[in-house]
Design a protein around this ligand. Structure first.
Ligand code: NDP
Length: 451
């Protein structure tokens, strides 16, 4: 980066931090994008004159609201509700809802910002948004989750719609929550539309939406591996998380011939040297999606499995790592352990799971490394396909959806190669994804004038 561009980035970030104090995750996500796109922006000074980057980091609208609800004992609880409508240059706002005790404005702004570029990469007409609450569904009864969802939607329904903003799931928001949210939306607005995605199959959902993010991660990984003449066949794979993305990343990686030896949750990780198989994965799906138990129980159920309380899986030797839990779950020491353990490919299923220091370690060591905004875009892409099916009142077969998903992931990979291949041939997927995503959003913002 030349001196002028470096100064541009430093000034931009100083101003951003001063204007958005106490939002470290948002600063981190913006810095990563600005570092990648600054050379393009300084080569196209009209983007500086039009203050495109300054406009991109200011959400078009942030909605914050009170979510009061009662538990099964009749006690009253108050949570915070949010929707960040970040950018609608390419289409209506689109992005998930997260229910987790860690949720705050910084995390949702980082996620909405990332979402804008991710959605642009999918080539589908979707803007970027994200929302959620600091409500923690763990340990709550179905009735409590339903009352919370109904209260949350009672406010949110005023701000969303099939042509305005279409939320989906994320951490803590799966099929059960989408069902309760959709039911309340329908009741209050008296309309049956595709306003939420991730719906049940019988009432507007798309085949393969639950699988899409995890499958997409593996399709993207296949493309990355192919650039080095490799594949999943016979490789040892570490996966973190045990929720939606982790479950289906594991399923597809196994189907492609890999041995998946770890999973985790917020309490710890399991190491299964024999590898998961169909029976073990079916157990995980029931444990996490129906019984809502802890991953620790996997180690109690199957012999030869180690449970590592309070630890991440990254110290286990592997060839491929798929982080599928949460942000900043691979720190510097974890990255060093992965490289030392023989890992040569890291493909993000979660959003921003790798810290900037850890990314530098992967890239300096020449690993194949892809950011979530490229490799986990299959989820939102299939939500986009769900919106299309809802609009045309049709339902595609699983094969049709899978074909679209495959093509979209392969196109995103091609875009990363186009903008991210460096002079020495190394593919910088961070740079590639950021520039490819940015160019389209910036172009649309220029076309649409100062709004
Ligand atoms: P789920 O709620 O289904 O699963 C999340 C998993 O991550 C759980 O195993 C959870 O453990 C674990 N986890 C959550 N927070 C932490 C934490 N602070 N430390 C350690 N583990 C944690 O969510 P998803 O699988 O849907 O989402 C996982 C990631 O993928 C997120 O980053 C999300 O933004 C991203 N993503 C999801 C998409 C989707 O379609 N669902 C699309 C694109 C990205 P526990 O059970 O203990 O909470």
């Amino acid at each position: 980066m030349d001196k002028f561009t470096r100064k541009f980035v430093d000034n931009f970030m100083n101003e951003l931090i001063a204007r958005n104090p106490g939002e470290p995750e948002f600063h981190q996500a913006v810095r990563e994008v600005v570092e990648s796109v600054a050379p393009y922006v300084t080569e196209n000074p009209y983007l500086i004159d039009l203050r495109i980057l300054e406009r991109m980091v200011e959400p078009e609208r942030v909605i914050m609201f009170r979510v009061p609800w009662t538990d099964d004992l009749g006690e009253i609880h108050i949570n915070k509700g949010y929707r960040v409508q970040m950018n609608s240059a390419l289409g209506p706002y689109k992005g998930g809802l997260r229910f987790h005790s860690s949720v705050n404005l910084s995390i949702l702004k980082f996620l909405a910002f990332e979402q804008t570029f991710k959605n642009s990469l999918t080539t589908l007409p979707m803007g970027g948004g994200k929302g959620g609450s600091d409500f923690n569904p763990h340990g709550k009864s179905d009735a409590e989750v339903m009352r919370f969802c109904q209260s949350f939607m009672t406010e949110l329904c005023k701000h969303i719609g099939p042509d305005t903003d279409i939320p989906a799931g994320d951490i803590g928001v799966g099929g059960r929550e989408i069902g309760y949210l959709f039911g309340q939306y329908k009741r209050l607005r008296d309309e049956f539309t595709g306003t939420l995605t991730g719906k049940g199959l019988a009432w507007g959902g798309s085949l393969l939406r639950p699988e899409a993010t995890g499958y997409g991660v593996c399709y993207f990984a296949q493309e990355m591996l192919a650039t080095r003449g490799k594949s999943f066949e016979g490789q040892t794979v570490l996966i973190s998380g045990s929720g939606n993305v982790a479950q289906y990343a594991a399923k597809k990686a196994m189907a492609l011939g890999a041995k998946v030896v770890s999973l985790s949750d917020s309490n710890g990780s399991i190491y299964d040297p024999a590898g998961l198989d169909e029976e073990k994965l079916a157990y995980v799906l029931e444990l996490k999606n129906i019984k809502r138990g802890r991953i620790k129980e996997y180690a109690e159920r199957f012999p030869g499995v180690t449970y590592m309380e309070g630890r991440r899986p990254w110290s286990i030797p592997c060839e491929i790592a798929l982080p599928c839990a949460t942000q900043n779950e691979i720190e510097k020491e974890d990255a060093e352990a992965l490289v030392k353990g023989g890992c040569y490919c890291v493909v993000e299923g979660a959003n921003m799971p790798t810290t900037p220091e850890a990314i530098a370690i992967f890239q300096n060591a020449g690993l194949l490394y892809s950011p979530g905004k490229a490799s986990n875009a299959g989820g939102v892409a299939t939500s986009g396909l769900e919106m299309t099916q809802n609009s045309i009142r049709q339902k595609w077969t699983a094969e049709e959806v899978d074909e679209h998903l495959h093509r979209i992931m392969s196109d995103i990979h091609a875009a990363c190669l186009k903008y991210g291949t460096e002079e020495n041939g190394y593919v910088n997927y961070v740079k590639g994804a950021n520039i490819a995503g940015f160019i389209k959003v910036a172009g649309a913002m220029v076309d649409q004038g100062l709004v």
